[in-house]
Write a protein that binds this ligand. Structure first.
Ligand SMILES: *[C@@H]1O[C@H](CO)[C@@H](O)[C@H](O)[C@H]1NC(C)=O
Ligand SMILES: *[C@@H]1O[C@H](CO)[C@@H](O)[C@H](O)[C@H]1NC(C)=O
Ligand SMILES: *[C@@H]1O[C@H](CO)[C@@H](O)[C@H](O)[C@H]1NC(C)=O
Ligand SMILES: *[C@@H]1O[C@H](CO)[C@@H](O)[C@H](O)[C@H]1NC(C)=O
Ligand SMILES: *[C@@H]1O[C@H](CO)[C@@H](O)[C@H](O)[C@H]1NC(C)=O
Ligand SMILES: *[C@@H]1O[C@H](CO)[C@@H](O)[C@H](O)[C@H]1NC(C)=O
Ligand SMILES: *[C@@H]1O[C@H](CO)[C@@H](O)[C@H](O)[C@H]1NC(C)=O
Ligand SMILES: *[C@@H]1O[C@H](CO)[C@@H](O)[C@H](O)[C@H]1NC(C)=O
Ligand SMILES: *[C@@H]1O[C@H](CO)[C@@H](O)[C@H](O)[C@H]1NC(C)=O
Ligand SMILES: *[C@@H]1O[C@H](CO)[C@@H](O)[C@H](O)[C@H]1NC(C)=O
Ligand SMILES: *[C@@H]1O[C@H](CO)[C@@H](O)[C@H](O)[C@H]1NC(C)=O
Length: 530
């Protein structure tokens, strides 16, 4: 995935580099680049200078030594028309791409993302023997996707995210012999995963978010026959279908499975049991019912579990507190996406985007379900956990003091449950904690102070009638807790607040009366005089 990273750094440093290493432009390269630009409806920023030396153009570095250390265009002076790397992303380009790529017989990397290009992909690009990475996302390309895989023997990465392609997923993609990563998300494709994907050996990353697909069951039947598939992302498709329950589905190599935002019904399926390599599982924002199965806790590599926003009920299986990679510190886990971009729907319906390098901190997100029962003290064993989100459930019992052992925790949200008892004072030990909420429970006692707790606002604690603290004004009278008496002063000042306000209003009233009454008397007197 070095290519992807390269792409990113390139676009970031695009015009910040003074590209005048050495040498003059090879006249063949210069001519080809000029003609390429002439083929565009709009000029390419920084290529329009009057210098005939294309080595002076923005983002082009000429390298007579032939080393691969260049930015937009990579020109080996020793070879004619030997462009290997061309990135015209983020250049406000519009119109069609010129059908010109047969002039770049050595081009392996072509990126033109985040422009306003439209029309189809030029034939010479769809027949390029040399291209290995084709990155055209975030444009307005349209038509159906028709690669010539007999020609595109070196294609590894196909990124056509966020365009206006239509039709079905091309069924010839498995005959592109090197194709490893496919991301067609955000196009109005239809139908299902083609039957031909069975035995798509080179495929590792398949991302088809927001593609309007159907037949999840059939699609999984087909994809389980891709022996090297490690990442499968299918968000926002398969509208309201049932979660496939065929216990025989097998994805032995899958490390990432994301099928969120599909309104899927049914239960969390048993076949997940066999995904022994799974690290990331996201089934959020569906309509799944039933319990969270115990076996999820036995997935040896699982570090990111998002089952939020479903209709799951029952207790949280204790096995989730035994996930090995969440327990032990020695392997510092920080997954990041090895693939480009995909989308999912956020809390208020807006589309969230994950992009290159999005962090996947070790997470258990079970929020917005109907889970009951206690928060197990054993959760405290998950010293590698960064995010524990249990909000909007029906969890009861107390907050276990063992949670103070969650030394890596950054987000701890227990709000909107039926928790009782006190907030364990030991939680102030959690030095990484930056988001914390126990709002809307039935907690009592004193809000701990110090540590990270001095940074939390009242919204972290509100909706607990029995909770006292510096800024929570809703202390219940008859507070029996010993701690509560320590804070009697605070309580008193809170209680006396309305009294003082009452005094103030009374005083004002008196003044007004004193000012107004004589006049009333006066007018009465005047009346008398009349
Ligand atoms: C570049 O050439 C154009 C005509 O093609 C001319 O109008 C312009 O002044 C020239 N700019 C420079 C900096 O020489
Ligand atoms: C340009 O290309 C032609 C034909 O491939 C070749 O003969 C010529 O040497 C090249 N010119 C340069 C400066 O490399
Ligand atoms: C460039 O392409 C030509 C023709 O396909 C080939 O002969 C040459 O070896 C390539 N050069 C490099 C550096 O790949
Ligand atoms: C898409 O491209 C536009 C420019 O055409 C850019 O402003 C925007 O940030 C890009 N969006 C993404 C998600 O990359
Ligand atoms: C696809 O590529 C092969 C090999 O380069 C070529 O023979 C064939 O004509 C191409 N097909 C189309 C439809 O362009
Ligand atoms: C997607 O395509 C289908 C038919 O192919 C069409 O009915 C639908 O309106 C399109 N959706 C969008 C958002 O363009
Ligand atoms: C994919 O899997 C097959 C069979 O398991 C294996 O032979 C092959 O090397 C793997 N890699 C690629 C890129 O096909
Ligand atoms: C779903 O896909 C499978 C496998 O391709 C196929 O057998 C089945 O008929 C499809 N079902 C529907 C409803 O299209
Ligand atoms: C987990 O925590 C419980 C209680 O906090 C403890 O008794 C148990 O030994 C721990 N288990 C492991 C595997 O660390
Ligand atoms: C976890 O917390 C409990 C209660 O706060 C404590 O008794 C126990 O020793 C802690 N365990 C570890 C491994 O730190
Ligand atoms: C809160 O807990 C008290 C007992 O501690 C109980 O009387 C009360 O009904 C509970 N309130 C809610 C809203 O559950």
């Amino acid at each position: 995935m070095n290519v992807l990273w390269l792409c990113f750094t390139v676009t970031v440093t695009l015009f910040s580099v003074d590209a005048q290493l050495n040498s003059n432009c090879n006249s063949n390269d210069s001519m080809v680049l000029k003609r390429f630009m002439d083929g565009m409806e709009s000029a390419i920023d920084g290529w329009t200078s009057n210098s005939s030396n294309c080595c002076d153009w923005d983002g082009i570095t000429c390298d007579s030594t032939g080393k691969d250390n260049v930015l937009i265009g990579h020109l080996h002076n020793s070879n004619p028309s030997n462009l290997v790397y061309l990135d015209v992303s983020l250049n406000y380009l519009s119109g069609n791409l010129p059908d010109f790529f047969h002039n770049f017989p050595n081009l392996t990397y072509f990126a033109a993302h985040s422009n306003n290009l439209n029309g189809g992909i030029p034939l010479s690009l769809l027949n390029s023997r040399s291209i290995s990475s084709l990155i055209l996302r975030n444009n307005s390309f349209s038509g159906s996707i028709e690669l010539n895989c007999s020609a595109m023997v070196n294609l590894v990465l196909l990124d056509l995210v966020d365009n206006k392609f239509t039709g079905s997923i091309p069924n010839n993609l498995p005959s592109c012999p090197s194709l490893k990563t496919i991301d067609l998300g955000g196009n109005n494709l239809t139908g299902q995963i083609p039957e031909s994907f069975k035995g798509f050996n080179s495929l590792c990353y398949l991302l088809l978010s927001m593609c309007n697909l159907n037949n999840l069951s059939g699609s999984l039947q087909i994809l389980q026959n891709c022996p090297n598939l490690t990442t499968l992302v299918l968000s926002q498709s398969f509208d309201s279908e049932e979660m496939p329950s065929d216990a025989n589905l097998q994805f032995k190599r899958l490390k990432t499975l994301m099928i969120p935002n599909c309104k899927l019904t049914g239960m969390i399926p048993v076949w997940l049991n066999g995904l022994t390599k799974l690290q990331i599982l996201d089934l959020s924002w569906n309509e799944l019912t039933g319990r969270i199965p115990h076996f999820l806790g036995h997935l040896q590599s699982l570090v990111y579990l998002d089952l939020s926003n479903n209709y799951l009920n029952g207790e949280i299986p204790k096995s989730l507190t035994q996930l090995p990679d969440l327990q032990f510190h020695d392997n510092p886990l920080e997954l990041s996406l090895e693939f480009p971009v995909f989308m999912r729907r956020g809390m208020n319906g807006n589309v969230l985007r994950y992009s290159y390098g999005t962090r996947f901190p070790p997470t258990l997100d079970l929020s917005n379900n109907f889970l009951t029962g206690p928060i197990w003290p054993e959760f405290g064993n998950l010293t590698n956990l960064h995010v524990l989100n249990l909000k909007y459930n029906e969890l009861s019992g107390t907050i276990p003091s063992n949670l103070a052992n969650l030394t890596s925790i950054e987000t701890l949200d227990l709000s909107h449950n039926d928790l009782t008892g006190e907030i364990p004072l030991s939680l102030v030990r959690l030095g990484m904690l930056s988001k914390f909420s126990v709002a809307y429970n039935n907690l009592t006692g004193i809000i701990p102070s110090g540590g990270q707790f001095s940074t939390f606002s009242v919204s972290s604690f509100e909706g607990n009638p029995g909770l006292c603290g510096e800024f929570v004004l809703s202390c219940v009278k008859n507070q029996e807790s010993l701690h509560a008496r320590v804070f009697e002063d605070i309580e008193e000042s809170i209680i006396s607040l309305p009294v003082w306000t009452g005094f103030g209003i009374g005083f004002l009233f008196a003044v007004i009366l004193l000012l107004v009454l004589p006049r009333i008397r006066d007018t009465q007197n005047m009346d008398k005089f009349e």
